[in-house]
Design a protein around this ligand. Structure first.
Ligand code: ADP
Length: 474
């Protein structure tokens, strides 16, 4: 089985969230199952020099985008036994960031076209081209329009339906080079605009999303982001496969970035907590429960619930630390909270992998009251590091965190159903009551860390889908 991943991020080179994490680790897991995987991504400016120096120039191509003829260099870097190909065009990608530029429509159309033009060189015998989110969702339509002789099948994984890549009608002719026959309600047209993710949903051979619950949820208007009717019409080809976590990388027994390595011991976790408190300038007391969040600061993550109950929460004997970047409104509210709750609350407005891991290692509870959550990796990391997750029952959170049941002893965390701030507070308080019982808490840590959310099972599920697809004719 030969597969090409076309993705706008892949760890460790580029990661802004879950997509980067998945595109970095799923190919490795597939490789262990005997799949030959290559990964192609843009050669962005912020990719570190260590990696850039190791890239080897393979060839260069000219890529058509409507009337444009653009240069594209192909560079290869082998990382942990996998070939990664970087598409080089400095005009499009040598910028300080990754997304959010005025010409994203053109940049990612270029990326998708270039990946297909390079297919003959990168992965000539690929049976499957696996694309991710709107940034590479044009690949299936370009394959149909410009490479009709290519037999590869396409799989689109939706990591977050909210981001769709919607642009003016102008791009259809002037960037995509497609004719009006593609501008219909059952193809790329979306309320008078062109929707890249919709193109992928319609033209891909198979559609996946990152948990079973989210695959169900997006068939309804509340979660469907305006595409629920389309998703319902395509439901036969839709599958929910939970993301895994790279258990080698996220391993508290070997993680070099945390203060003290441990397996599942409360005492060792407390050593991490004391060091973290010290680093953050909080009172260093191992008995005080430390609540943590590592998150994008956006409404999706349920921050409005937290803000609503922050006053009541902070009256209690606890500490709360949030690491995240995002919307200014949230940054501002949390900055003000630092002075309102001195010695109890910290906000760290940055993207910091080391600190993130120290929070997972040091926190007793990890808060994730998401409004919606396609899969969520943070709760999986929290489980792995024995920070008991408090989550809302939605999407992947519902599929991975099971509320502790006092009577049966089952469960690996705490959860609530409705998007309601006081339900959230009640659930935190319930957890805090159990926290007072050190013996019970130690057992809960053991349960949390024993959960297996590694990649193997999920990689097998993808392989099963790939095989099924290859058996089908065009
Ligand atoms: P999403 O992809 O929606 O942002 P996920 O939970 O799927 O959410 O994945 C988020 C990933 O990004 C996790 O690995 C989390 O630890 C990491 N992350 C989020 N914000 C930060 C930050 N400010 N610093 C370091 N890591 C972060």
């Amino acid at each position: 089985m030969k597969v090409l991943f076309v993705t706008s991020e892949a760890a460790p080179f580029v990661k802004t969230g879950g997509l980067g994490e998945v595109a970095g680790s799923l190919p490795q897991a597939l490789k262990k199952l005997g799949v030959e995987v290559s990964v192609v991504l843009p050669k962005y400016g912020p990719i570190s020099d260590d990696y850039r120096k190791r890239m080897v120039h393979v060839t260069s191509l000219t890529v058509s985008l409507a009337w444009r003829r653009q240069y594209c260099g192909i560079e290869r870097l082998d990382y942990q036994g996998l070939p990664f190909y970087f598409l080089d065009n400095e005009y499009y990608f040598k910028r300080p960031g990754f997304y959010g530029y005025f010409d994203d429509a053109e940049r990612f159309a270029f990326f998708s076209r270039a990946a297909l033009e390079g297919l003959k060189i990168i992965a000539p015998a690929a049976q499957i081209v696996h694309v991710h989110d709107w940034q590479s969702a044009l690949v299936p339509v370009f394959l149909r329009a410009f490479h009709p002789q290519c037999n590869a099948k396409t799989v689109l994984t939706i990591h977050n339906l909210k981001f769709q890549g919607v642009f003016t009608h102008w791009v259809l002719h002037n960037i995509l080079g497609l004719g009006d026959e593609y501008y219909t309600a059952d193809k790329l047209e979306y309320y008078g605009k062109v929707n890249y993710l919709k193109a992928g949903i319609v033209f891909s051979d198979l559609l996946t999303t990152v948990s079973k619950s989210y695959a169900e949820e997006i068939k309804y208007p509340f979660f469907g982001e305006g595409l629920d009717a389309l998703i319902r019409s395509q439901e036969k080809k839709l599958h929910g496969i939970l993301n895994g976590l790279d258990y080698n990388d996220y391993n508290p027994q070997t993680d070099q970035r945390i203060y003290v390595n441990y397996k599942n011991s409360l005492a060792q976790k407390q050593k991490n907590k004391l060091k973290l408190q010290e680093e953050l300038g909080l009172p260093t007391k191992k008995e005080i429960p430390l609540l943590g969040m590592v998150t994008r600061l956006t409404a999706q993550k349920g921050l409005d619930l937290l803000i609503h109950i922050l006053g009541e929460l902070m009256e209690q004997n606890l500490q709360l630390v949030i690491l995240g970047t995002g919307e200014q409104k949230y940054e501002q509210i949390f900055k003000e909270a630092v002075s309102a709750y001195p010695g109890k609350f910290r906000i760290l407005l940055k993207f910091d992998e080391v600190l993130a891991r120290r929070i997972y290692a040091g926190a007793d509870l990890f808060l994730m009251p998401s409004l919606y959550e396609p899969c969520g990796l943070s709760q999986l990391i929290a489980l792995r590091y024995g920070a008991l997750p408090v989550v809302r029952e939605t999407g992947g959170l519902k599929d991975t965190v099971f509320p502790y049941n006092e009577k049966t002893g089952e469960g690996n965390g705490f959860s609530f159903t409705n998007y309601n701030a006081h339900d959230f507070l009640f659930t935190i308080n319930r957890a805090l009551r159990y926290y007072q019982d050190k013996k019970l808490w130690s057992e809960l840590i053991k349960k949390a860390t024993a959960a297996d959310y590694g990649w193997e099972k999920s990689a097998r599920a993808y392989l099963h889908l790939y095989r099924g697809l290859c058996k089908k004719g065009r």
